[in-house]
Design a binder for this molecule. Structure first.
Ligand code: PEP
Length: 256
């Protein structure tokens, strides 16, 4: 199965509109009127989406993602942003279930599932993040945690919903720490996640779904990780804050 890799830049709480413009000026000459063997996605903070839409809106190689959305449509939810509002900014993807949302903001599997369903209701593509903590891995709970996150997060998903979803396997101990999972550890977890998809959605869906790796991906480790048969791109935090490093990861990660 030939899966198109997908590389997504998660800026987290970095880059307001003016820094978004700086990044775009550096990236645009390399992506305008270019084709790539992979999908490129940029996820700025909410307040920078308008600027990103203005600068990347007509660049076919680049899609925009939001970093979160509400599970509700509208109403008295101070500080929240609905999935529908995101559509006005040419947003096609939304990152959901990121470990920082789970750990810092207490998002449960049930909340994440509600957001996943809401995103699909209006045709946004979820980048669905899963991954274990170091304690869970060392306690032999890796498979149990991934099984729970995948099963609960995708509850109520149709085959069509799944086909519009990207999974990001991000071991929590590798996010923002500079510690990367070895290619062997990452491949093993990705193969397991793919098998979980197979159990619920069947072999074809399992073979088709794209599973990104996330956790301290940088230009120096991208090639080795992306060479693994079940790794289909990367979700990148720190190393995607500079256009040059984001591009280098993509180049190194898509070389034959
Ligand atoms: C992330 O934000 O999902 C991430 C993987 O961050 P980093 O690349 O900095 O570890």
């Amino acid at each position: 199965m030939n899966r198109k890799p997908i590389f997504a830049a998660n800026w987290k709480m970095n880059k307001g509109p003016s820094e978004t413009e700086d990044f775009a000026r550096a990236l645009l000459p390399h992506v305008q009127h270019q084709t790539f063997p992979c999908d490129l996605v940029i996820a700025p903070p909410f307040v920078s989406l308008a600027k990103a839409a203005e600068l990347f809106g007509n660049v076919t190689a680049v899609a925009l993602a939001a970093q979160n959305c509400s599970e509700y449509d509208a109403g008295a939810y101070t500080g929240e942003v609905s999935a529908m509002m995101l559509k006005e900014f040419y947003v096609h993807y939304v990152i959901l279930g990121h470990s920082e949302r789970r750990a810092i903001y207490g998002e449960t599997d049930a909340v994440i599932n509600a957001k996943m369903l809401k995103a699909r209701e209006i045709n946004l593509k979820p980048i669905f993040c899963i991954g274990e903590t170091l304690e869970e891995r060392e306690g032999g709970k890796l498979e149990e945690v991934l099984r729970r996150q995948v099963t609960k997060g995708l509850e109520g998903f149709s085959d069509k919903d799944l086909s519009e979803t990207v999974i990001a396997y991000e071991p929590v101990w590798a996010i923002g720490t500079g510690v990367t999972a070895t290619a062997e550890q990452a491949q093993e977890a990705h193969a397991f996640v793919r098998s979980l998809i197979g159990e619920t959605f069947g072999a074809d869906a399992a073979a088709r779904i794209r599973i990104q790796y996330g956790g301290s991906v940088k230009p120096g480790n991208a090639a080795e990780l992306m060479a693994c048969p079940d790794i289909d791109g990367a979700l990148i935090g720190g190393a995607a804050l500079e256009a040059s490093s984001f591009l280098q990861i993509i180049e190194n990660g898509t070389k034959d």
